[in-house]
Structures are given as structure tokens and as C-alpha cells.
Design a protein around this ligand. Structure first.
Ligand SMILES: Cc1cc2nc3c(=O)[nH]c(=O)nc-3n(C[C@H](O)[C@H](O)[C@H](O)COP(=O)(O)O)c2cc1C
Length: 208
């Protein structure tokens, strides 16, 4: 009985290693997609990223690399506490009470034509600090390209809520990718390995 159990465990371990190895190998073998997108002007990539894994920040960096746009990070005046359960408690309270937390001042976006807006999905929409940014900034006449990372629940009302928050902007289709948690990141799962910069290139090529 014991021998069978050990054998089963070995088979499971080999299967896991093969799966992760293949994923890693496959990712490295994927040739980069050519970028055909031509942006209609200067771009800023405005984003908020909260978790230690910084999924949305990674996506923002990929977009900046592809477009040559300027990165603008939204930071809270008083960041939510760590660890994760404390973050959930504080963010959950703000969400229930409809509180938009104070964020640090950002550079003017006047000179930009295209504004990429990135957020983790919180409670099926954009994170509260992104809500503060949208409340404080008039994006009238701008081209807005929203992107997000989520924990498996999809983008929910994200795109629809961005459209409602900036009704006088031209809001394009969003990019929504699943992020990773800390364990997945160590195992090479999540946004790092399920997705590559090709996902960004493909999205940009469709948008512009
Ligand atoms: C307060 C809070 C609420 C969240 N709500 C959702 C949700 O509704 N749906 C979902 O799929 N993931 C949800 N997540 C997971 C994050 O969207 C996901 O981990 C994201 O990739 C984190 O991005 P970041 O690393 O840039 O902070 C939530 C996370 C937090 C902290």
C-alpha cells in the first residue's frame, strides 16, 4: 500500500514538473509578435498596482515598452496595510462605504492624447485609488485604453465603469489578464507565464 502511494506521489511530481517545464519552455519559444499599431499621439500609462506581486505594474511596463509611452503610477497617500487579510479588510471597508482614498499628486496629462488606465480588479471593477484618479481628472477628448489584471473572476464591470467615469473620452476595448498570487508567481504561473508581451502587442495591434 505504502509503495503504491509513494509511486503515485512520484508520478504526480513528475507530471507537475513536466507541466511547469513545458509551460516555461513554450513561453521562451514563442516568437515576439510584430507591432503594427500606430498610436495617434503621445501616450501615458497611468496605473495602480497594489499587491506585492505587482501584476498590473508588469502589464503597464509591457505597454510602456511597446508604445514608448510614459509610466505614471497612482500611489495612495496612506497605502492599505499589509499583509493581504489586512488589505482586504481596509479595502473592503472603503468599498462598502463608497470611500475614494486620497492619492499622491500626479503630473499633468494635458500633453497626452492616449491615456492607458490600468487597475487590478477589485470587487468586479477598478480599484478605489483608480476611482480617485478618474474623479480628479477630466479626460474629455482623450483616447482611453483600459487594462486590468484579476484573480480569476474576469474584468466584471471594469470597462463599463471606466466608460461611465469618463463619458467624454473615447474609451477603447480593454485588455484583461489573470494575475498571479505570490505562490503562483514562484511556480511561474499567472500573468508571468500564462501571458507574455505578445498579449499586449496583439491588443495594441487591434486597437490602433
Ligand atoms: C481588495 C481586493 C479585491 C479584489 N477583488 C477581486 C475581484 O472582484 N475579482 C478578481 O478576479 N480578483 C480580485 N482581486 C484580486 C486582484 O484583482 C488580482 O490579484 C490582481 O492581479 C492584483 O493586481 P496587482 O498585483 O497589480 O495589485 C482582489 C484583490 C484585492 C486586494
Amino acid at each position: 500500500m505504502k509503495t503504491v502511494l509513494v509511486m503515485l506521489l512520484c508520478v504526480a511530481a513528475i507530471a507537475l514538473c513536466a507541466a511547469f517545464g513545458a509551460r516555461f519552455f513554450f513561453k521562451r519559444q514563442t516568437p515576439p509578435l510584430p507591432l503594427t499599431a500606430k498610436l495617434p499621439g503621445k501616450a501615458a500609462i497611468v496605473y495602480y498596482s497594489q499587491s506585492k506581486v505587482r501584476n498590473t505594474a508588469l502589464l503597464a511596463q509591457w505597454i510602456a515598452k511597446a508604445t514608448g509611452g510614459d509610466l505614471v503610477e497612482i500611489e495612495m497617500e496612506e497605502p492599505y496595510p499589509e499583509p493581504y487579510p489586512a488589505t482586504l479588510k481596509a479595502a473592503g471597508r472603503d468599498h462598502r462605504e463608497g470611500i475614494l482614498p486620497a492619492i499622491k499628486p500626479l503630473p499633468s496629462l494635458d500633453a497626452y492624447d492616449v491615456i492607458f488606465i490600468g487597475s487590478p480588479i477589485w470587487y468586479g471593477s477598478y480599484a478605489a485609488p483608480v476611482g480617485t484618479f478618474l474623479k480628479d481628472n477630466d479626460l474629455k477628448g482623450k483616447i482611453v485604453a483600459p487594462f486590468c489584471t484579476h484573480g480569476g473572476g474576469g474584468e466584471g464591470r471594469f470597462l463599463q465603469d471606466i466608460k461611465s467615469a469618463c463619458p467624454e473620452a473615447k474609451v477603447l476595448d480593454s485588455l484583461s489578464l489573470r494575475g498571479s498570487n505570490q505562490i503562483e508567481r514562484r511556480l511561474g504561473l499567472g500573468v508571468n507565464s500564462h501571458h507574455t508581451e505578445n498579449d499586449v502587442t496583439d491588443w495594441l495591434n487591434k486597437l490602433f
